[in-house]
Design a protein around this ligand. Structure first.
Ligand SMILES: CC(C)(COP(=O)(O)OP(=O)(O)OC[C@H]1O[C@@H](n2cnc3c(N)ncnc32)[C@H](O)[C@@H]1OP(=O)(O)O)[C@@H](O)C(=O)NCCC(=O)NCCS
Length: 165
């Protein structure tokens, strides 16, 4: 497995292998944020196929209740490994470790991530990697479907934080 920052030419391949929930490309949005300097979009590859990704958001978690407590703390956002048959093989851990390495290189003292309250396996993984539960919050996001109808989602999450000493 190798991990690299998303390039413009990777976006089409990501769209093909990991379709976005709505009509807009989730990957294009993340790549655009990277171009604007707001994030780094990390992609895990195996045999030249994308098998996982996450975004390091340098401006931190979007939720105001998290910003109030962890301003300046970058966030690992949208972590996912696919297809499901490739899970539990260390790809997610590799992506998190790379995000932590980049944050340390930038001089960040901590890094965080949000986990849905109904995702105990992911929470167990983050705990094993040294993240501690900190702040409950609502992850509010939206997507437009093919007919242009906007769907608003609010997921109950816990923000978890790790010190990067
Ligand atoms: C959570 C996820 C990113 C972890 O990536 P991964 O490559 O499977 O993680 P690793 O192989 O490094 O570590 C696996 C551990 O993660 C945990 N885990 C969390 N969700 C899991 C899932 N759906 N399947 C398998 N393991 C999962 C388990 O504790 C597992 O430990 P185990 O190998 O002892 O069973 C991945 O499983 C995934 O994409 N899940 C669906 C999307 C999701 O839940 N994203 C997280 C949002 S907060």
């Amino acid at each position: 497995m190798r991990i690299s920052e998303c390039r413009e030419e990777d976006v089409g391949l990501l769209d093909k292998h990991m379709p976005s929930p709505g009509a807009d490309s989730f990957h294009q949005r993340r790549y655009a944020r990277q171009c604007a300097g707001a994030g780094t979009y990390l992609v895990a590859w195996r045999d030249d196929l994308p098998v996982g990704s996450c975004e390091v958001r340098w401006d931190g978690c979007a939720a105001p209740e998290v910003q109030a407590v962890h301003a300046g703390c970058p966030e690992v956002n949208g972590l996912g490994v696919w297809p499901e048959t490739l899970r539990s093989q260390g790809i997610g851990t590799g992506l998190i470790r790379e995000a932590e390495r980049l944050a340390t290189a930038r001089g960040c003292r901590s890094i965080g991530l949000g986990v849905e309250r109904n995702n105990p396996r992911a929470r167990a993984l983050y705990r094993r990697l040294g993240y501690r539960p900190s702040t409950p919050y609502l992850d509010c996001w939206s997507y437009a479907d093919g007919a242009g109808v906007v769907h608003r989602v609010a997921d109950a999450c816990t923000y978890m934080v790790k010190d990067l000493a």
